[in-house]
Each structure stands twice: as structure tokens, then as C-alpha cells.
Design a protein around this ligand. Structure first.
Ligand SMILES: *[C@@H]1O[C@H](CO)[C@@H](O)[C@H](O)[C@H]1NC(C)=O
Length: 310
């Protein structure tokens, strides 16, 4: 996201970045001799910093029983399998991902670069695209009843297009707790929006008024920085800004019922070698209900992953 947006959250991210830089500087020369050791020790260091002591095995993470006690470290279950890897536009600052009638939909951010796109999954070709006004910063999008709804970060302004043609249908005003727009999905009845806080906002899909607001909690504590959302089989899946975890949220209670750990999907050590921006974090969840698969990517990531939850 824009750097200005994130000042409130900068300290943790800045510490992490400095740590990564230190590791890179200290480790590079040495890494020519022992690249694998360097990569894995960098990964371990990042894991220790980023994972708060939780398990970080490939495709594994913690599952919290409904109503049960929090699980302890080491109690892990396989959570997903990667079915296929596709190319993704590494210049796309991914803010939203969707799936509709066999095609991938993506919304992007940054002022002057905010768009909504229909993409051919296999080739990565952009089949249709629409630009947002250059003064807004695009955020998440959802397809609801044949209409693409995209929100923006600071302008409380949303845009809607016919999902088939991408012809503009209308624009709309919206409200959230803090006035920002981050992620959006639909449970089929309501639009559900995040604003970077721990709240989910349920909107009437016609008036865009908030009809219900649910604070999201993990083991009793609020979880902030909820970002891109996707409604999957009665749960709201949420990217958490700057995290490799996707939360599965019960939309009625707001309780996080599962923490999906995607640290191994595109490991940070590999990202550190391939990408230049520290903003290039996991963000973007689409769900194909027919195949029961997720498509996952990140901001500026060169790859997009087809994943099945286990
Ligand atoms: C989108 O456009 C197509 C082609 O004009 C039209 O048939 C369809 O009804 C439109 N969808 C909606 C939701 O308005």
C-alpha cells in the first residue's frame, strides 16, 4: 500500500525490514559458499520474527477447535495442497481477486495505476480492463449478482461494472468504522467490507449502508489489519496485512476458527531474492466453488497459486 497509509503500523514492519537488510548484508558474501544454509537461516529468522512462535512447516498450521482451547505449538495439521502455479503480472499491486464464470478478476491499487481486470488464468492475458480515476487508490473488489464492486482506500467511493462486459454501471459512497476501504466480499446477501481494523462491515448491497458490524477475534483478542476478503463455504477468509496467514472467520460471531499458514507458499527468503518492494505481501484470494479451489497471490508477485484447502 502507499507508505503514508501504513505509518500506524510501521514500527513492526520497519524492524522486520531492517532485520532482513541486516541479514542480507551480513549474509550475502557468506551465502555464496553456503546458499542453502543462508536461505534457511534467513527463513528461520523471519519465521521467528513473523510467526510469533507458531509452527511454520510447509502447508501446515494451527487449527483452532470451535469452542475448544487454543492449541499449543506443534499441534499442526496439513492445511492445503498446491495444485498449480501460474504467471501473475508482477506489476499488479493486487488488492482484490475474484472468480466468475471461469475467469479470474483482479483489482489493483496505487494512484494512477488502479484498475479492475478480467484475466485469462492459463495465459495471464488481460481480457478486459477498466481504470479508476487517477486520484483514487483502488482496493478490494467482489462480484455480486453479476456486478463487480470495487472500493477505494481513502475516498469512501466505490465503483461498479457489469461483470461480463466491464462496462461501468454506477459509483457509490460507503462508510466504514475508520472511513477506509480495504477488502470486500459477498455472502450472497450482503457485501462484507474490511477497513484495516478488526471489524467486518455488512452492507446492504443496494444502499451500501452498514447493517451489521462484527469485531473479529482470535482466542479472544481483536485481530487488526484485516485486508482482502473472500467468502468460502460459510466462512470469511481474510488476508491480514503484512502476514502470511489467512484467517477463516465465522461471520456470525467474528471468531477466527482457523489460521491458515501460507508462509511456505512463496517463502519470504525467496521473495527477498526476487522482489524489491517490502510491500509485496500475500494479498488476494479468489474462490472457484465449482472446483472448490482457491487462487492466491500477492502484491507484485510474479506467481499465482491454485490451492485446495484440506
Ligand atoms: C451485463 O451486460 C450484459 C450484456 O449487455 C447483459 O446481458 C447483462 O444483463 C448485464 N448484467 C447485469 C447484471 O446488468
Amino acid at each position: 500500500m502507499a507508505t503514508s497509509r501504513r505509518h500506524a503500523y510501521c514500527s513492526q514492519a520497519t524492524i522486520l525490514c531492517h532485520f532482513v537488510l541486516l541479514w542480507l548484508v551480513c549474509g550475502l558474501g557468506w551465502s555464496f559458499a553456503v546458499p542453502r544454509n543462508f536461505a534457511s537461516s534467513l527463513q528461520n529468522a523471519l519465521d521467528t520474527l513473523g510467526k510469533k512462535g507458531e509452527s511454520s512447516e510447509s502447508g501446515r498450521g494451527l487449527r483452532e477447535e470451535e469452542g475448544g482451547p487454543a492449541l499449543s505449538v506443534g499441534v499442526a495439521a496439513a492445511q492445503y495442497e498446491v495444485l498449480k502455479v501460474y504467471d501473475h503480472d508482477a506489476s499488479a499491486f493486487t488488492q482484490g481477486l475474484g472468480w466468475y464464470q471461469g475467469k479470474l478478476y483482479e483489482s489493483t491499487g496505487m494512484q494512477g495505476q488502479s484498475e479492475v481486470r478480467i484475466i485469462d488464468l492459463e495465459t495471464g492475458e488481460v481480457l478486459k480492463r477498466q481504470q479508476l480515476p487517477s486520484y483514487v487508490f483502488g482496493e478490494g473488489m467482489v462480484i455480486h449478482e453479476g456486478i463487480v464492486h470495487q472500493i477505494t482506500w481513502h475516498h469512501k467511493q466505490g465503483y461498479a461494472w457489469n461483470a461480463t462486459t466491464l462496462e461501468p454501471t454506477h459509483s457509490f459512497q460507503f462508510e466504514t468504522t475508520n472511513g477506509e476501504g480495504w477488502g470486500i466480499t459477498s455472502d450472497g446477501t450482503h457485501l462484507i467490507a474490511s477497513d484495516g481494523s478488526s471489524n467486518l462491515h455488512f452492507w446492504d448491497p443496494v444502499t451500501y449502508k452498514t447493517t451489521r458490524k462484527v469485531p473479529v477475534t482470535l482466542r479472544g483478542q481483536p485481530v487488526a489489519r484485516l485486508n482482502e476478503l473472500e467468502y468460502v463455504k460459510g466462512r470469511v477468509l481474510a488476508n491480514v496485512w503484512f502476514s502470511d496467514e489467512i484467517l477463516a472467520i465465522d461471520p456470525l460471531s467474528g471468531r477466527v476458527v482457523e489460521v491458515l499458514d501460507f508462509a511456505a507458499l512463496y517463502p519470504r527468503a525467496q521473495r527477498a531474492h526476487e522482489l524489491t518492494s517490502h510491500e509485496a505481501v500475500l494479498n488476494g484470494i479468489a474462490y472457484d466453488a465449482q472446483e472448490d479451489v482457491l487462487y492466491l497471490t500477492g502484491k507484485l508477485w510474479p506467481r499465482l497459486y491454485k490451492v485446495r484447502l484440506l
